[in-house]
Ligand binder design. Structure first.
Ligand code: ADP
Ligand code: MG
Length: 696
């Protein structure tokens, strides 16, 4: 057998392994649980646990872990070995259904936004059978949801599963209205494209900013950036190719459908895209991918930077969340169909997305908000902070014809009537796509492009699924009560376009004029994380999540606090790192170089008054100015950091940290100028040129 085929999924307890290892009856029950979310009883759990353990031990595993996604944004795990003493002083390998289904952990060490103090510090992890267990590093990983003692979600998987349930429920109502009675579940699907940078480990180790914050806080631009467009899709260097081969192999073993890998726009930047799968699994897989990117890079003497903006002056890294809905019968509900009925159903789902994105643009913006992503959004390398939808000219024309009751094809002079007409064929050519839109329809799915590279994709999918579920519910209510659906469908489409066309924009999203226009259309432009978060607890948002049983108000309050705190903590670490670098390395280095310049000028003048020392004196004067200014800025930042400590309100604190962020930008300008004036031998850190072009 082909090697790839052999290794693909070899470390996953997937359907084929279950079919082979589980008794027939147990296998059937498991399938029902995976497909339709039916609960498992403890007897079944015991059988599954035992089969899992035997399979894992065969593959060399010695430990198991519940694997979860706390609010830190990364994953967490606690390993236990399978060993248990027997009566002869030896051991047996054991794993019970109880251990599979539920784990207990100390929740107090994870962010809980105050939820924990109202209950006990205990937290629970609960097996998520819809995402397969797998083996990594001789450990059996069990994907789990993580909740507090009181059952509140303090992770990212629990609300994601709840949101998938919400959209499943409402989408099923819609497909039933269109007569698809054989459909029993609708799942959202996601293919996340992942960007990242690779830098040489030896250079990385000499940059405290990369080590502590994942990005360069200072650094003068290299003479060359990405202006020649020679990196995007360029030939992959052998060392990077070896890394990618290794990475693919590791990903394939875990059943991750790694498909496309190429160089991205910035030097040292790359992208990896998997084939799409169910959102829950795609989320777990993306977390694993980010983890493996880092561990495999380390084996190649490289460091993978997942930060949204590791280097100023070249593109940062994002993630594209390609999203759609499909039925268990294999129908993509965002695929325009061939028959009038299919088309009407497609248009209803399309309109639900349009309405949901417009009404909850604030939540979508919040779902991608982080201190790190603030560096990208709106800076001409990523979509702006304004959410809008690109539909393409033809689909737009179809919706427009329905809205205005005018013929779609002027030659035919016939009105487009949903339920009678097959939708006019429109080109699904994807070669000329709008790549500047935050939310683009790409033929049979939407591509949400505002995510940062380090984001957990659960966040935006929770919002998408819930907001669309809410609108589908409203549509289903209108349709279920109707004797004749056709006029209702027509009106739903017409009204959606009429009320929400402000969110539709086919032009260049990076254009400044668009931002002005967007604001005049009443679209939100929430530039920074604190500004965005200030909207999270708006009444309509609390109602949305409560209606769909995704978050209680208490869970939302906790989340909001965690997000504010996360933002503040990141900037606090960055500020401390920067002060340390500037005061501990940069200023002393610049002062040594200044002394060198002064000594040099002095001794040269001693030799002869005629020797020109303009370089020395001018450089010295300029460095002296900037250095003094930089030093005074460090004192200002220090003072502000000190003052912030007395602020107790998390929101107010975050806004204060936003100001620190701006001060750091000012300080950076000074430091970067000093770098260009200081002899290379004196500069304490590897330069941008080395970092960006150093991998050979
Ligand atoms: P690009 O956006 O770079 O042109 P593609 O259009 O080929 O790339 O696909 C981007 C991603 O969209 C891939 O991960 C792909 O698997 C995913 N994708 C394709 N169809 C769907 C779908 N129905 N649901 C979710 N994701 C999808
Ligand atoms: Mg894309």
């Amino acid at each position: 057998m082909n090697k790839v085929k052999e290794i693909f999924g070899s470390m996953v307890f997937d359907n084929s392994v279950m079919r082979e290892k589980l008794p027939k009856e147990t296998y059937k029950i498991m399938q029902n649980t995976i497909q339709n979310g039916k609960r498992l009883d403890s007897e079944v759990a015991n059988v599954v646990a035992n089969a899992m353990k035997d399979w894992a031990i065969e593959k060399g595993a010695t430990h198991f872990t519940h694997w979860f996604q706390p609010m830190t944004g990364i994953t967490a795990e606690k390993h236990d070995s399978f060993i248990s003493p027997d009566t002869d002083g030896k051991i047996i390998m054991e794993f019970s259904g109880k251990e599979l289904v539920k784990g207990e952990s100390d929740a107090s060490s994870f962010p809980s936004g105050g939820i924990r103090s109202t209950f006990e510090a205990r937290g629970y992890t609960a097996w998520d059978p819809t995402s397969y267990a797998f083996i990594k590093d001789n450990t059996l990983y069990i994907p789990t949801a993580f909740c507090s003692y009181g059952g509140e979600a303090i992770d990212k998987k629990t609300p994601l599963l709840r949101s998938m349930e919400a959209i499943n429920k409402q989408a099923l109502r819609i497909v039933k209205i269109f007569g698809n009675d054989n459909v029993t579940s609708v799942k959202t699907t996601v293919g996340p494209e992942q960007e990242y940078f690779l830098v040489d480990k030896t250079l990385y180790d000499r940059r405290p900013d990369l080590i502590f914050t994942g990005r360069t806080l200072i650094g003068a631009k290299a003479p060359k950036g990405q202006e020649l467009d020679d990196h995007y899709y360029g030939t992959i260097k052998p060392r990077i190719k070896e890394f990618m081969n290794d990475l693919d192999e590791e990903l394939w073993k875990l059943g991750i459908l790694a498909k496309t890998e190429h160089n991205e726009a910035a030097p040292a930047q790359h992208e990896l895209a998997p084939i799409f799968t169910t959102t829950n699994i795609a989320t777990d897989h993306n977390q694993l991918t980010m983890n493996l990117l880092q561990t495999v890079a380390a084996k190649h003497g490289l460091v993978c930077l997942l930060h949204e903006k590791p280097f100023a002056g070249v593109n940062g890294s994002g993630k594209h969340n390609n999203w759609s809905l499909s039925t268990n019968t294999g129908v993509n509900l965002l695929e325009p169909g061939e028959t009038p009925y299919e088309n009407a159903q497609f248009l209803i789902f399309l309109c639900a997305v349009i309405k949901a994105v417009d009404e909850y643009q604030d939540l979508l913006r919040i779902s991608v908000a982080s201190a790190s992503n603030d560096h990208r959004l709106g800076s001409n390398e990523a979509p702006p902070a304004v959410v809008s939808i690109f539909l393409g000219e033809e689909l737009w024309a179809i919706l427009n014809a329905i809205e205005t009751d005018t013929p779609y094809d002027t030659k035919e002079k016939e009105l487009l009537r949903i339920g009678v007409h097959a939708m006019p064929r429109f080109a699904k050519d994807t070669t000329d796509r709008n790549r500047t839109s935050p939310f683009a329809f790409t033929g049979n799915k939407f591509e949400f492009r505002m995510l940062g590279s380090s984001a957990n994709i659960a966040e935006c999918n929770i919002v998408l699924n819930t907001a669309i579920a809410e609108v589908l519910n409203e549509f289903a209510n209108a349709l279920e009560g109707a004797d004749d659906c056709e006029p209702v469908i027509h009106d739903l489409i017409k009204n959606t376009i009429k009320d929400h066309k402000r969110i539709l924009f086919n032009g260049n999203g990076y254009d400044d004029d668009w931002i002005k226009e967007a604001e005049s259309r009443g679209l939100l432009n929430l530039r920074t994380t604190p500004e965005a978060l200030a909207r999270f607890l708006d009444e309509k948002n609390v109602t949305l999540f409560a209606n769909n049983k995704v978050f209680s108000e208490a869970e939302m309050r906790a989340r909001c606090e965690i997000m504010y705190q996360g933002y503040s903590k990141v900037i606090n670490i960055e500020a401390l790192t920067m002060l340390d670098m500037v005061k501990g390395d940069v200023i002393p280095a610049v002062r040594s170089y200044m002394k060198q310049l002064a000594d040099c000028a002095f001794s040269m003048k001693q030799i002869s008054k005629n020797i020109d020392v303009t370089y020395e004196t001018e450089t010295l004067a300029r460095l002296s100015d900037i250095c003094a200014h930089a030093y005074s800025m460090t004192k200002d930042i220090d003072k502000k950091l000190c003052d912030i400590k007395s602020i107790s309100d998390e929101k107010e604190k975050a806004f204060a940290y936003k100001e620190i962020n701006d001060m750091m930008l000012e300080l950076r300008k000074l430091v970067d100028e000093m770098e260009t004036l200081t002899a290379k031998d004196y500069w304490p850190y590897p330069s941008y040129a080395e970092l960006l072009f150093g991998v050979r």
